[in-house]
Design a binder for this molecule. Sequence first.
Ligand code: PLP
Length: 298
Amino acid sequence: MNALDLSRLRPRLPSPLEPVADERFARHGLTLLLKRDDLIHPDLPGNKWRKLALNLREAAGRPVLTFGGAYSNHLRATAAAGRLLGFPTVGVVRGDELAGRPLNPSLARCAADGMRLEFVDRATYRAKNDPATVAALLERAPAGAYVVPEGGSNALAVRGCVELGRELAGRADVAAVACGTGGTLAGLAAGFEGRTLGVPVLKGGFLGGEVRALQEAAFGGPRGDWSLDERFHGGGYARVPPVLTEFAQNFEARHGLAIERLYVAKMLYGLMILADEGAFAPGTRIAAVVTGAPEGTA
Ligand SMILES: Cc1ncc(COP(=O)(O)O)c(C=O)c1O
């Protein structure tokens, strides 16, 4: 199969925009809409499709080398793309201590999809954008490999997310998205005419600078009306405090939709708190981007 021709994978685009009747929003005069990017493709759900599409076109069938943690959704999506489109993949995984252990389900999926896993120590992983580190990794990779950074976020990924914002034109006033690297937010905000709200799932307050740098790389300067609310990381990456679990279970029971916990639940929880705080004027239509599906459901 030709790696240039991603349309053969039949992505569901534009993704559906579904209203959800939720009294915790309705009582403030707000409409909550779910932008179902999780339905774009079963193996490349959510922002994975949008971020990988232009990169894979650029790679044009060459091997793809990329980076992630032991539970990285991005590594899984890249491995699946390699299997579906027929190009080799290498996953550089943080933590050389993992090398001698049985693979967790996420990495086992990557390996089953044909991804070559290369475990590196944390210092090497931290230096993953360093040209010398990348050169050393490329030497061990199949010839001519195309490098995609951690989380898949580069200028092409950001440009790939612009369409997400455009799909919401005239249909929502506020778009909300959970942020890891900020790549999805950077593109979404550039394509959306309304206000974009980012909910970082990592602690640290560094994301604003990252989003600005990604927009600079993708568009040559700032784009869109975006802001971050740093209060909803729940203690940091992959931390899911009981209040968040309770919220997600309640949302699932109300709406019959399984909610991914590490990103999507944090964003929805943040929206609910903001609604209670009166952050949105009555009449506001809020599109919450469902950037991923819980593991095993996509
Ligand atoms: C389900 C899900 N939502 C949101 C994000 C955040 O995307 P970004 O890194 O572009 O901010 C990720 C990151 O990979 C993710 O897996």
